[in-house]
Design a protein around this ligand. Sequence first.
Ligand SMILES: *[C@@H]1O[C@H](CO)[C@@H](O)[C@H](O)[C@H]1NC(C)=O
Ligand SMILES: *[C@@H]1O[C@H](CO)[C@@H](O)[C@H](O)[C@H]1NC(C)=O
Ligand SMILES: CC(=O)N[C@H]1CO[C@H](CO)[C@@H](O)[C@@H]1O
Length: 446
Amino acid sequence: MLREGLLVVIATCVALTAARSPPQSENIEELLKNVDARYSDNVFEDANLDVPDLIRKYRYPVEVHEVTTEDGYILQMHRIPHGRDANNEPNVRRPVVFLMHGLLSSSADLVIMGPGSALAYILAEEGFDVWMGNARGNYYSRRHVRLNPDAILSTAFWKFSWEEIGNIDLPTMIDHALKVSGQERLHYIGHSQGTTSFFVLGSMRPEYNAKIISMHAMAPVAYMANNRSLLLRILSYYASDIESIASLIGFGEFMPNSVVFTWAGQALCRDEVVFQPLCSNIMFLMGGWNEDQHNTTMMPAIFGHTPAGASVRQLVHYAQGINDRGFRRFDQGSRLSNYRAYGSFKPPSFDLSKVTTPVFLHFSDNDPLAHVNDVDRLFRELGRPIGKFRVPMTNFSHLDFVYAINGKELLYNRMINLIKAMDVNGLAGIAEVEGIEDMEGFEDNV
Ligand SMILES: *[C@@H]1O[C@H](CO)[C@@H](O)[C@H](O)[C@H]1NC(C)=O
Ligand SMILES: *[C@@H]1O[C@H](CO)[C@@H](O)[C@H](O)[C@H]1NC(C)=O
Ligand SMILES: CC(=O)N[C@H]1CO[C@H](CO)[C@@H](O)[C@@H]1O
């Protein structure tokens, strides 16, 4: 089982050699006409547009921002400053919501399902100023002032995990969003690794907790003691070897966005092709996906944008957590190098009690990467946990949090009501929110 799995991983790594697909924007004016669908009106077109053009195509306002981190990474952020059909006057100050994608993804996750379904559009229609981050190393943030991501035999660009994403990228992007919007505080919504990096931020840079009014964690990942994802189990089995092998042969990048995926997505995953179930299974392998909420028609669009690239270290860091059953800083590989980096032989744990932002966890019973028991442990250890919401659908899975057919009804509406209530009245406001009685941990925390 493990050996077959490793072959899958290696095969996908071979895709590394493929050239990356250039975004195609020549025909954008043509595309802008007459688009008014929920979901996508053309999944093949959507597979080939980059995020800003995709947003333009659906006639939403979009801004592209670039920020440079203190260690030289150039990150691209995407902003939808207001709605299209509602809340659409420009230049009005609106509450800011900052969205952060998961592992191997990008801001595309938050728009790919299209107006009416994707979280970013729904938030814009509800009157928020929507900012989407892109972690270092993904398709939109694959640049550095000095280091070359494609350097042969040097992996210097790729020497980071989600620890640096939380500790350096998030504060840089959050500060930029606050400065440009003229707000002092914002709301944060993360998916998967977008929650892991937030918990890193709150514990390593605790002064940032005061800048966040509320945090919503979809499919929260900090502890991964309850291994259930095949891909990650395989990785954890080989964790100590993977990075040394990877750097030996000179690559530090894992599954970049490439023409291979875009092509395979369009050729093999489209409707009426016999391979489509295989594509579903790949998605399932990566993060679980349930039949009921899975719109197979959308798969070419999803594979056009995902995987969007990550460092090998991001995966290795998760694998370390699975093996160790903890939530710790990156293990440098030997006691001596840990001692040099941290002053202790073992990497220190992230102190979750320092995360004093009010946090809401949104989890599901069938998520192989965010097991209920791990979510409970996280909830107990956070500095200011407010409540947990179980998605009211047993089969709801990890990727459904961004790709589900009914994300709006099952999850987003409630999250938005909570954000609106917190924005006006702080925690005092949430007692009146519809559906609050389903929140677990409510009595203890309000
Ligand atoms: C699935 O996506 C397609 C294309 O975007 C859309 O036309 C269709 O209505 C969606 N199906 C469901 C069940 O939501
Ligand atoms: C959940 O998934 C299983 C297996 O795919 C299926 O048999 C079952 O009917 C689903 N349950 C619900 C409530 O949809
Ligand atoms: C399939 C697999 O690796 N499962 C393991 C997950 O972790 C438990 C212990 O918590 C092991 O008993 C399983 O073998």
